[in-house]
Design a protein around this ligand. Structure first.
Ligand code: ADP
Length: 529
């Protein structure tokens, strides 16, 4: 379906009252209307919903939207009904509907009234629903929160794995639109593979949030006092404090209250009434601070959250990004302060120990990135964006000076010769090791894997043993982020040389290495996992 630019704009105005598209929306809408498989990667708040809602409203037939979050689906349906004067324009199909309601939904679809049908993946798997959907005109399938398909995402849902198969049963040649706010290359690859949309037109927005200030502080036994001080300094501003456990949420909320801060707790153990009243108090600004577990935040659209504090470091960079992303949505100030102690990483590792091995491995790899992020002395923004597959230049990029490391730089020293040792080791071992073993090779630590490749018998084995593992690990991260190396996606973690790295070996140039932070509780040799 070819649509003129003017028509798109008038449709945008007609259905949503907006006069301009946001970011990549217009191109995405165009791609969907042209019947392409489409893949949309945009940070939370980027305006993903409109990308499929608008083409759905403009087209014949019903667009099926798969979403894992029932509460959010209801909000979206209400919003769409609000913009259109037709109640039947959007429906949710799920197991909570009674027979009469299901009949109404089906009639509206059959009669061509329903443009958007929201379903949870488990409802879509039901034969009776598949059989019905086979008989109607489906304009396209939108898979929201598409990262749920990947074990590497922060919210893996096995039912998502079946989607491709079910879509195939509903009809051939139905355009598929995947949407996510998780942008790691590995998750993206999983989504494309699992949805079978290898030729999809891909639209990726920048994940940079220039107005957020990132800061990591060491977590000591005085962390409560540190948090109170910070909150007091920001009196009257809205903020969220995330804790890992419900118990800690309760305790810290109380400590804040005792200290005169208008704070309430929020976690899944509270009854629904209390939860919703605490949430409303926050939205209405009757209170300033919510102390919460990660149960708080999904779908909360308070634009002027001025700070997000992590009392405990999250289990992945994605979670950190999502949670801090709730600050400064209006483009104003947003201070993201995380407290970090290596002990907390060990705690998170313990939680994982009962899980299946594959899941544990993924969990460890994600945690390793968190450790690297917390301990790094390079720009935190650059680190996060690199993690999401984006290059960022702190000198020219927006928000380049908005983090503790850039504002208060650590010492730097020339590390050209060490970079050469590192790159040559990767080259001479034929690019087969992950970071931990590479560092072992450099410092001359033998282990079963290294010995099985006889790397321990090579002349370069232990070439960097005059420096410790921690320094080599830090250098490796910095060289990776500087663009000389890449992590292999397939094996998640095997370090490969980029062309820039090969060029460096041939003709080394200056490389200023930043010294990493030293945190209490780390192991002597800098072991990370
Ligand atoms: P996401 O799903 O990517 O997190 P949403 O779809 O919830 O983002 O959109 C975020 C906010 O941006 C919503 O409040 C929405 O109304 C608003 N929005 C979306 N598109 C536009 C637009 N073109 N102009 C103005 N506001 C928009």
């Amino acid at each position: 379906m070819l649509i003129a630019k003017d028509d798109l704009h008038s449709a945008l105005k007609k259905y949503f009252g907006f006069s301009k598209f946001k970011g990549l929306q217009e191109d995405v809408v165009g791609s969907i209307l042209s019947g392409n498989h489409t893949f949309v990667i945009m940070p939370t708040g980027g305006g993903k919903s409109l990308c499929y809602q608008l083409p759905a409203l403009m087209q014949e037939g019903t667009a099926i939207v798969v979403s894992p979050l029932i509460a959010l689906m209801k909000n979206q349906v209400d919003a769409i009904r609000g913009v259109s004067n037709e109640e039947g324009v959007a429906h949710v199909l799920n197991s909570s509907l009674n027979k009469t309601e299901v009949k109404r939904v089906k009639e509206d679809i059959t009669n061509g009234i329903t443009k958007l049908l929201y379903v949870a993946p488990e409802s879509l798997t039901k034969d009776e629903n598949v059989d019905f959907l086979k008989t109607v005109k489906v304009s396209f399938m939108a898979i929201d929160e598409a990262h749920c398909i990947s074990e590497w995402g922060h919210d893996f849902r096995p039912e998502y794995r079946n989607l491709r198969h079910i879509i195939g049963r509903i009809g051939e040649n139905i355009p598929i639109i995947g949407l996510t706010a998780t942008a790691t290359p590995k998750v993206q690859e999983d989504i494309i593979k699992n949805l079978g949309i290898s030729g999809a037109k891909t639209f990726k927005a920048s994940f940079n949030r220039p107005n957020l200030y990132y800061e990591v502080r060491p977590k000591t036994k005085d962390v409560d006092a540190d948090i109170i001080r910070f909150v007091k300094q920001n009196e009257g501003k809205s903020g969220i404090v995330y804790c890992l456990s419900r118990k800690r949420v309760e305790e810290l909320a109380q400590v804040l209250q005792v200290n005169g801060v208008k704070a309430v707790p929020y976690h899944a153990g509270l009854d629904a009434k209390t939860r919703s009243s605490h949430q409303d108090m926050f939205l209405m600004e009757d209170i300033d601070v919510v102390v919460a577990t990660i149960a708080f935040g999904m779908g909360i659209d308070k634009p002027d959250v001025r700070f997000v504090i992590h009392h405990d470091i999250p289990k992945s960079i994605e979670s950190y990004y999502q949670e801090t992303g709730r600050a400064g949505r209006d483009g104003g100030e947003g201070h993201c302060l995380a407290f970090y102690a290596y002990k907390d990483i060990e705690k998170l590792e313990k939680f994982m120990s009962g899980k299946p091995v594959a899941e544990q491995e993924i969990g460890h790899a994600l945690l390793q990135e968190v450790v690297a992020f917390a301990e790094t002395s390079i720009s935190r923004r650059k680190f996060i964006l690199h993690y999401f597959g984006e290059e960022f230049d702190t000198k020219t990029g927006e928000g380049g000076d908005m983090d503790d490391n850039v504002r208060h730089p650590k010492k730097k020293h020339e590390a050209k010769d060490d970079v050469v040792i590192l790159l040559e080791t990767i080259d001479k071992t034929n690019e087969k090791y992950k970071s931990k073993d590479l560092v072992n090779v450099i410092v001359g630590n033998e282990n079963a894997l290294i010995n099985s490749h006889r790397t321990n018998e090579q002349p370069f084995f232990g070439k960097g043993k005059d420096k410790d593992k921690k320094m080599w690990m830090a250098l490796l991260r910095q060289v990776l982020i500087a663009g000389y190396l890449k992590k292999d996606i397939e094996t998640y973690g095997v370090i490969k040389l980029k062309d820039e790295g090969r060029a460096f070996i041939k003709k080394p140039t200056s490389f200023m290495m930043t010294e990493d932070h030293i945190f209490e509780g780390e192991q002597e040799d800098g072991t990370i996992i």
